[in-house]
Every structure is written in structure tokens, then in C-alpha cells.
Write a protein that binds this ligand. Structure first.
Ligand SMILES: NC(=O)c1ccc[n+]([C@@H]2O[C@H](COP(=O)([O-])OP(=O)(O)OC[C@H]3O[C@@H](n4cnc5c(N)ncnc54)[C@H](O)[C@@H]3O)[C@@H](O)[C@H]2O)c1
Length: 355
């Protein structure tokens, strides 16, 4: 594991239950963070980044660094012959994401990408419902994520306000991975964005009160045209207090599906049928149960090239997000060059028991 910041704690909790993932070493630019992360954990070595990359015991590098470092760390790991699994976004620019995939193909190693939350029961139950025709033919979706900003709680929030961050590249992966899981790949986008404040104030930790610059859009909205013809409307904001909208709604000819927060693994899926008078909660019909961050790595360990949280999906979503920002800048619709197969559905199954 390279990068031992805030999110590493959630992965560390998963390592205790995932049967085919074993943590052998950790590294961070700031060695004290790596040491603190695995304090009291037997058998996990603290190494420098360079040592970890060439360590013979490491077959896969879990990249939990900040977005600006994702591609660089992935490329170094691939050059050392390791599989990689990166936190989202897959990279900052579409070009560097493509370089990672090309290098991995050349080296014959696997590439995985977060988010894996969409492999949980929430998004997967919604997918089963759509695949079974519960809402008829899918026509459109709406995805809404609004928050006043992560600088209120994250102690090192700089990366959220530079290219690679912003509400779209930070939170968009959850929503767009879910939309691709539900409705298939995207062929074109139209976007608009704004950034009304040029700085933000850190709200917690040792740097509380410090201001940081904003160099990316903080309210982004757009339309994703899926290859199927379905249209998704996206609202991603670090500039709004709250929303009462469902995180994702999918509209079909026979009904509307309310899909839970794709930044969570679970949550209820409800349907409002054309013939019905009220919302109906659906039973869980798909997804890894009681999953946590790291289930995508487990899926990669067991399925190899058939991994669901794949680099190809991460790269397609990265291209879509950057195209929304390009469209916002130019005022023009942008075609998407890449495509991706919907990952195989996850049948309703538990996290495999340890050992
Ligand atoms: N914080 C969250 O709630 C959250 C949730 C889901 C995903 N993520 C994603 O996880 C990633 C990390 O987020 P975080 O909140 O843990 O950030 P963080 O700033 O708390 O931690 C990142 C760590 O990576 C280290 N690092 C940076 N560049 C490095 C490099 N080149 N080599 C080695 N170490 C390096 C830093 O020293 C730091 O300890 C981001 O991509 C973020 O989008 C974060």
C-alpha cells in the first residue's frame, strides 16, 4: 500500500476480512504516516516508496496517494512488474490515464481502479432490477451530489481544489461508475461549470484556519449521452448545502428506480411502478454483502483479467469527466473516444469468509 492518509484506514479495516488480499508492506512520502498506519499490525513492513516498488513479496501495489500522483506511482509500479489498483480518479488527465493502461498491457500486468462501492448491494440490486426489466426500457437518469466542501472536515484538503479534484473528479467517479454499471458506456457529453470562490478555508486539523487556492470548477453540471441512447443529468457541487433528491434516479418506460448513494456499498433501492401508487423497496438481489473499500482488490485477486473495478472502466469514466470539463470551457458537445463493457453483474453473495 502506497499512501497512508485518511482513506487508508478503511482499506486497513478490510484487510482483516478479505481472504485473498494480504498486506505485506506500506510506504508514504511521509514515513511517519506509514508507521502510524500499521502500528501494532504484525508482519507488515514499513518501506520507502522505492523499496516497496521492487520488493519481491509485493505482487500488487494499492495506490492510495493523492490524484496528482496516481499515474506516476502506477507507472513506476507497472515498470517494476507489479499489478496496480488505484484510488479514484484513475488519473488527472485522460492522456496520463491512457499511458497507464498502455504500459500495463505492454507489461502484462493487471490494472484496477476504485470506486468499488458500486459492487455492493445498493448499485448491484438496482442493476439487477434494470436488467430484469422492472422499469421497462431505461430512458434517463439523474445523479445529484452536493456538499458545501470537503475542506470543512479533511485536514489536508488541497487536492480537492486543484485539477484532479473538484466535485466532478472527486465524487463523479462514484456516480459515473454507477451510471455506466446501470446504463452502459457514454458516447458524448455536454457540460457547464462554475467556481465562484478563489479560495477555501481549512476547517479542521493542524492547518485549521489556513486558506488554500481554488483552481478547478466547484459546481459542475452536465448531460451524459449513453451509447444506449439513455441520457443522464449530472449535478456535482462543492458549493451547495444540501439536496433532498435521491443520489441517483433512473427513469424507464415502466417505472422509476431510486438508487442509493454510490459512495456507499449498501442502501435501499426503491421502485415507483407506472402501475403502482407508491414507492416500493426492493429486496437485495445483487452485490457483495457487508463489503468495504478493498472488495475491488479482492475481486481482482479472484477474477484476474475479468476484474470488475477495472482500469478500463476507470479510464472511460476519467475521459467522460474531463470531457464534461472541456465542454464547460468550450461550450460544445464533446464525443467520447473510449468505450467499455459493463462489468459483469455481481450475484448476491457474501464477502468470502477469511481463509
Ligand atoms: N478521504 C476520503 O474520504 C476518500 C474517500 C475515498 C477515496 N479517496 C481517495 O483516496 C486518495 C487519497 O485520499 P486521502 O483522503 O487518503 O488523502 P490524504 O492526503 O489524507 O493521504 C494521501 C497520502 O498519500 C501520500 N502521498 C502523496 N503523494 C505520494 C507519492 N508520490 N508517493 C507516496 N505517497 C504519497 C501523502 O503523503 C498522504 O499521506 C485520493 O485519490 C482520494 O480521492 C479519499
Amino acid at each position: 500500500m502506497i499512501g497512508c492518509g485518511v482513506i487508508s484506514k478503511q482499506y486497513l479495516a478490510s484487510f482483516d476480512v478479505l481472504p485473498d488480499v494480504q498486506l505485506v508492506a506500506v510506504a508514504d512520502l511521509d514515513r511517519s504516516r506509514a508507521e502510524a498506519a500499521v502500528e501494532g499490525r504484525e508482519g507488515v513492513r514499513v518501506l520507502s516508496v522505492e523499496e516497496l516498488l521492487v520488493d519481491p513479496e509485493v505482487d500488487t501495489v494499492l495506490n492510495l496517494t493523492i490524484p496528482a500522483a496516481h499515474a506516476e506511482v502506477d507507472l513506476k509500479a507497472i515498470a517494476a512488474g507489479k499489478n496496480v489498483y488505484s484510488e479514484k480518479p484513475f488519473a488527472v488527465t485522460t492522456e496520463e490515464g491512457a499511458q497507464v493502461l498502455a504500459a500495463a498491457r505492454e507489461a502484462g500486468v493487471l490494472v484496477g481502479s476504485a470506486p468499488d462501492t458500486v459492487l455492493g448491494t445498493g448499485t448491484q440490486t438496482a442493476r439487477t432490477a434494470i436488467d430484469q426489466g422492472v422499469i421497462g426500457a431505461p430512458v434517463a437518469a439523474m445523479a445529484t451530489m452536493v456538499t458545501p466542501g470537503h475542506e470543512r472536515w479533511h485536514p489536508q484538503p488541497d487536492f480537492y481544489y486543484v485539477p484532479g479534484g473538484g466535485p466532478l473528479l472527486d465524487m463523479g467517479p462514484y456516480y459515473i461508475h454507477a451510471l455506466v454499471t446501470l446504463l452502459g458506456p457514454v458516447s458524448a457529453v455536454i457540460g457547464a461549470g462554475s467556481r465562484l470562490r478563489s479560495e477555501r478555508t481549512i476547517g479542521s486539523g493542524p492547518r485549521e484556519g489556513e486558506t488554500i487556492p481554488v483552481t478547478t470548477d466547484t459546481h459542475v453540471t452536465g448531460v451524459l449521452v449513453h451509447e444506449s441512447g439513455a441520457l443522464s443529468t449530472l449535478v456535482m457541487s462543492f458549493d451547495a448545502v444540501a439536496s433532498s433528491a435521491h443520489p441517483i434516479e433512473v427513469h424507464g418506460t415502466e417505472g422509476t428506480l431510486a438508487v442509493p448513494d454510490p459512495n456507499r456499498f449498501d442502501g435501499d433501492v426503491a421502485v415507483r411502478r407506472l402501475s403502482g401508487a407508491d414507492w416500493e423497496t426492493l429486496p437485495v438481489t445483487g452485490g457483495y454483502r457487508e463489503a468495504g473499500r478493498g472488495i475491488g482488490l479482492q475481486d481482482m485477486a479472484t477474477r484476474g483479467e475479468g476484474l470488475r473495478a477495472s482500469g478500463e472502466l476507470g479510464q472511460h469514466v476519467l475521459e467522460v469527466m474531463n470531457a464534461v470539463l472541456d465542454s464547460a470551457r468550450s461550450g460544445h458537445r464533446v464525443e467520447i473516444a473510449s468505450t467499455v463493457e459493463r462489468p459483469e453483474a455481481v450475484a448476491a453473495e457474501g464477502v468470502p469468509a477469511q481463509g
